[in-house]
Design a protein around this ligand. Structure first.
Ligand SMILES: Cc1cc2nc3c(=O)[nH]c(=O)nc-3n(C[C@H](O)[C@H](O)[C@H](O)COP(=O)(O)OP(=O)(O)OC[C@H]3O[C@@H](n4cnc5c(N)ncnc54)[C@H](O)[C@@H]3O)c2cc1C
Length: 472
């Protein structure tokens, strides 16, 4: 029994849902695949059906997500949902290896839209691996989708919209927030307001988070960062330090705060796992300080028939991701002869206009929040860089001094050799190489091998069957 889909969309976040809506409306037979049980992705993640959503996400954002999910549900019968399904490999052109509830199978496609989303960027400091230290997004999701509030004194440090959103969620959940420390200056943050004017839909969301903080009397400290975290069996103290214009600590300005829970995070970087495995070309972007796939206006990658949309193609937020997903979905439908050039032109013009307007906001976001050299140059030798293999910065520094010039050459330290294959440490080590004057052409992303997502061994103990949408 062999089945074949015309298109596969990986990821049910705003990008994947939007791409699937456009493909299904055009009558394309598609598989929409996500390891999560329900559509939503990071930002619109839903609790199981029998539970209601606790407060946390701004009402305007909640409503946008609700409307998108409703649109998806009504998109058409050519759509097959493969939820709770992990895409872990791609062994031949046009096929994906999927593991779903104890079964391995392959999904075949003519067009693929990859919407893998983003992951948090952590700039490590000594003690960041202690129990009680959690990423901002992880903390926010615990509160907003599971209703779990942190107990004791909570401190948040880092940078970016997620810092303020998480702070609002923490106080909204009634937890004790002892400090919010943002690395950028207040003036920089205000300059973001101008970028937002190009996309006013973001204003109610921002006001909602800010007013929650003002109403609860939370003070945000600007130009501050974490120097160290310390404790015994868990985090007990945070040492914070004022930062200068380059992001470097100002000696003598330290402040010690007793803590029980610390949320950290310095923005997002694209997930480029499946795209890399399939061979899509990536490039290091020095202005955003991450590796991103190379794509054209429609999201087409360097691999024929493979599109990349949403944060996985370059971080821009939920609305940006939705718009990118619509554009890629429409183009993929056109390339499958499901619409003519005129229809592609008229259906996509609205989304291409939105993309141009959003670009101003996305550029401002990166200008304000992308970490500066000082954030990385202040990483001390004892700091753990690769959490899976406990590789410290000092080991990498010593290898660079001996002349190692790229990520692969640093691998004998066991950097990126753990189950996550460098998801967290690759970006930090790249910045360390850059500060060591390694030429840009040497800054290349590591090769990934399947499984691209850590999987239990039991997943491979059964034979693989081929599954797709239509019998032949
Ligand atoms: C932790 C976190 C918290 C965030 N909180 C907010 C917020 O509060 N407000 C806000 O506006 N923005 C928030 N963002 C940003 C926002 O989530 C993104 O901008 C937006 O969701 C990106 O949409 P996307 O469709 O590109 O990816 P996502 O929404 O991230 O969706 C990607 C989906 O792909 C699936 N996936 C990835 N790889 C595979 C695979 N190999 N197999 C199967 N499934 C796979 C994932 O399970 C996920 O559901 C957050 C981001 C993160 C990382």
């Amino acid at each position: 029994m062999t089945h074949r889909f015309q298109a596969a969309v990986v990821g049910m976040g705003p990008a994947g849902m939007a791409a699937a809506i456009e493909l299904a409306r055009a009558g394309v037979k598609i598989a929409l695949i996500d390891q999560a049980p329900l559509p939503g992705g990071q930002v619109y993640r839903q609790p199981p059906g029998e539970f209601s959503m606790p407060p946390g996400l701004a009402p305007s954002r909640h409503n946008i997500g609700h409307a998108l999910r409703r649109e998806l549900a009504q998109a058409g019968s050519s759509l097959t949902f493969l939820n709770g399904a992990v895409v872990w490999g791609a062994f031949s052109p046009g096929t994906l290896s999927v593991h779903q509830t104890g079964r391995n199978y392959e999904v075949s496609y003519e067009k693929l839209v990859i919407c893998e989303g983003a992951q948090e960027r952590i700039i490590p400091c000594p003690g960041w691996t202690l129990p009680g230290v959690i990423s901002l997004g992880g903390l926010q999701k615990m509160i907003t989708t599971q209703g779990i509030a942190p107990r004791g004194r909570v401190l948040l440090a880092g940078s970016g919209p997620l810092l303020i959103g998480t702070a609002a969620a923490v106080v909204g959940a009634g937890a004790s927030l002892v400090g919010v420390y943002e690395a950028v200056s207040f003036t920089s943050l205000m300059s973001l307001g101008l970028g937002m004017m190009a996309w006013p839909r973001l204003l109610p969301e921002s006001f909602s988070y800010m007013s929650e903080l003002i109403f609860k009397g939370v003070k945000v400290h600007f130009n501050w960062g974490l120097k160290t975290l310390s404790g015994d069996d868990r985090v007990r103290e945070a040492t914070l330090v004022r930062l200068d214009g380059s992001g470097a600590p100002i000696p003598g300005s330290e402040r010690i705060v007793p803590v029980d829970v610390v949320g950290i995070g310095s923005g997002l970087q694209p997930h480029v796992r499946l795209a890399r495995l399939i061979g899509c070309r990536t490039e290091y972007d020095p202005d955003r300080r991450y590796f991103a796939p190379v794509t054209d206006t429609w999201g087409q990658s360097s691999q024929t028939g493979v599109y990349i949309a949403g944060d996985g193609g370059g971080v821009g937020g939920a609305d940006w991701s939705e718009v990118q997903g619509r554009i890629s979905g429409l183009h993929a439908s056109w390339s499958l002869n499901r619409m003519g050039c005129d229809q592609l032109g008229s259906f996509s013009s609205r989304w291409l206009r939105s993309k141009r307007r959003l670009q101003a906001y996305v550029n401002a976001l990166h200008r304000v929040f992308t970490p500066k050299d000082g954030h990385y140059s202040s990483i001390t030798p004892e700091t753990v860089i690769c959490r899976c293999e406990a590789v410290r910065a000092g080991d990498l520094m010593a290898r660079m001094k001996m002349g190692e010039q790229d990520l692969t050459a640093l691998k004998p330290s066991r950097l990126a050799m753990g189950p996550c294959q460098g998801r967290g440490c690759e970006g930090i080590a790249t910045e360390m190489l850059r500060l060591h004057d390694v030429p840009r052409e040497n800054l290349k992303a590591l090769h990934l091998r399947p499984p691209i997502i850590p999987m239990p061994l039991s997943a491979f103990s059964k034979h693989t069957e081929r599954v797709s949408g239509s019998r032949s």
